[in-house]
Design a binder for this molecule. Structure first.
Ligand SMILES: Cc1cc2nc3c(=O)[nH]c(=O)nc-3n(C[C@H](O)[C@H](O)[C@H](O)COP(=O)(O)OP(=O)(O)OC[C@H]3O[C@@H](n4cnc5c(N)ncnc54)[C@H](O)[C@@H]3O)c2cc1C
Length: 466
């Protein structure tokens, strides 16, 4: 197994416990991006950021705190502490305990069935490439000459930036914008298109209004064309939607303009493994063009999420160790942006559904403000939007609001198990919970029929019969 991130570690742990002789090669930190530079530090930083605004929401409950004082060193300690708490699970010691041989070095194919790493040559029946992804650094004039941050450095930076300029309004850029703003940094986010472009614009609108209310300065439809050192630290020249150039100054620059699969310096050509700009070429069984080699996780060019990496690991294990022709299916990969409010999506958005199924699509909405639990918690901002066919087949669901990442799980299960909207409408959910939002949205599918003239006529007729 090459790469000890979410994908590689998962394969190695399962393979060793199933009795396969397993070698794991990792050149950097065990745990890869998710633990060290991705999901864990970003969600930990967001948790600190949300704690920082509690004093602002508490007065509505009749509770007041002193205004928050943010200790940047304390915030860093919190993030490190969370990483260190999870790290033993991904450690060399744990994996050696499971019977995995670990080589801490850079791995490279020498032959189609031989990998060399740290002076050792490993010949194996099966290889799993799980080398992950790295930040894309765009070719903007001047960028190479200024200091900038990426996800690999921002969580280790000393203190908190005075004014963070973020290039890129995808999930990483948007999460980092809210986290830093709520922790006291000034934040300016520049996005060529719109923030969270892939998501349902109606749901994104609610995230956008919260970012603005937090005090994030957003420049959408704005393209950075030149970057220089500035008086504060960095100075960007950008062209706005009106075609006019503007200058944006900040103390720090975070580049969050996307991720690219790590395919370089792996000896792929010597091993007969095809690859392109989207990563390693794989078939649905995640086999590369070298039949001994699987590619999984971010490097396989599909959706780049930890849950996808773990799912891929299961596919590779079944194919390699059990000779079971399991295939990857990315149609129901869920995604969550962990801002306040969270934004979660599974399956098609309304626009995707309309593009494919035309006007036969029905959209079911339910707002958080109609939910009693949301009211008791004062979390009334948000909504669910489910997209179904006229016969009640669920095509997708999006939720923006508190705990959206948890609430979406009903819809993931429903779509994966081909349940109809009726199954969600009929399930009994405890009162008062946010989960009732899903049930009420699903129930609204039946409202026109249930409360329409035909039903009224039937009820009146039955009453007359006695
Ligand atoms: C800021 C940020 C936040 C994120 N938040 C989320 C989130 O909330 N939820 C979510 O699902 N996903 C999130 N992701 C995505 C998630 O981190 C990745 O999808 C996941 O880490 C992919 O796992 P992987 O095993 O494919 O790759 P990685 O975790 O990148 O692991 C690859 C490993 O391979 C090693 N390696 C590379 N080349 C070699 C070589 N030649 N020899 C030896 N070792 C090598 C690397 O050192 C690395 O440790 C986030 C990503 C970022 C950047």
């Amino acid at each position: 197994v090459i790469g000890g991130g979410s994908a590689g570690l998962s394969v190695a742990a399962v393979a060793a416990q199933m009795g396969a002789e397993t070698v794991l090669i990792e050149k950097g930190k065990m745990g890869g991006d998710c633990l060290n530079y991705g999901c864990v530090p970003s969600k930990s930083l967001l948790a600190a950021a949300h704690a920082a605004v509690l004093s602002g929401v508490a007065p509505a409950f009749g509770v007041t705190f002193d205004p928050p004082r943010i200790d940047p060193a304390g915030v860093r300690r919190h993030v490190r502490d969370i990483i260190e708490g999870i790290a033993p699970h991904d450690s060399v010691e744990r994996f050696e305990g499971l019977g995995v041989r670990i080589i801490q070095a850079h791995a490279r194919f020498e032959d189609p069935d031989v990998v060399a790493a740290g002076g050792t040559r490993v010949r194996a029946r099966w290889f799993v490439l799980a080398t992950g992804s790295s930040p894309v650094v765009p070719a903007i004039p001047g960028l190479a000459d200024v200091a900038f941050l990426t996800n690999e450095t921002i969580f280790d930076a000393d203190g908190l930036p005075g004014h963070l300029v973020i290039l890129g309004g995808g999930p990483i850029g948007v999460e980092m914008a809210q986290a830093h703003r709520r922790l006291g940094s000034a934040v300016t986010l520049i996005e060529m298109a719109t923030i969270l472009e892939r998501e349902d614009p109606e749901l994104v609108g609610i995230v956008r209004s919260h970012l603005l209310a937090d005090g994030v300065t957003l420049h959408e439809g704005t393209r950075a064309v030149r970057i220089d050192r500035g008086s504060e630290g960095v100075s960007l020249t950008a062209i706005g939607p009106d075609g006019a150039a503007r200058t944006i100054e900040g103390s720090h620059l975070l580049v969050a303009t996307g991720r690219k699969p790590v395919v370089q310096d792996l000896g792929l050509d010597r091993a007969g493994i095809d690859h392109g700009p989207n990563g390693i070429v794989v078939d649905r069984r995640l086999r590369t063009t070298n039949r001994r080699v699987f590619a999984i996780g971010d490097v396989a060019g599909g959706p780049m999420f930890t849950h996808v990496a773990l799912y891929h690991a299961g596919i590779a294990i079944r194919n390699a160790l059990l000779r079971w022709p399991a295939k990857a299916d990315h149609r129901t990969v869920p995604r969550v942006t962990y801002t306040h409010p969270e934004l979660a999506q599974v399956g098609w958005t309304e626009a995707e559904a309309r593009q494919r199924d035309g006007n036969a699509v029905r959209v079911l909405r339910w707002p958080y403000r109609e939910n009693d639990r949301a009211r008791t918690e004062r979390l009334t901002e948000g909504m669910i939007k489910a997209v179904v066919t006229s016969r009640g087949r669920i095509l997708g669901a999006g939720i923006v609001g508190a705990a959206a990442g948890e609430l979406i799980q009903t819809w993931i299960l429903a779509i994966e198990q081909h349940l109809s909207i009726g199954a969600v409408a009929k399930s009994m959910v405890p009162y008062p919970t946010l989960g009732e939002i899903s049930k009420r949205a699903a129930g609204s599918f039946y409202a026109p029929r249930l409360f329409g003239p035909r039903m009224r006529a039937i009820v009146r007729l039955l009453a007359r019969i006695g």
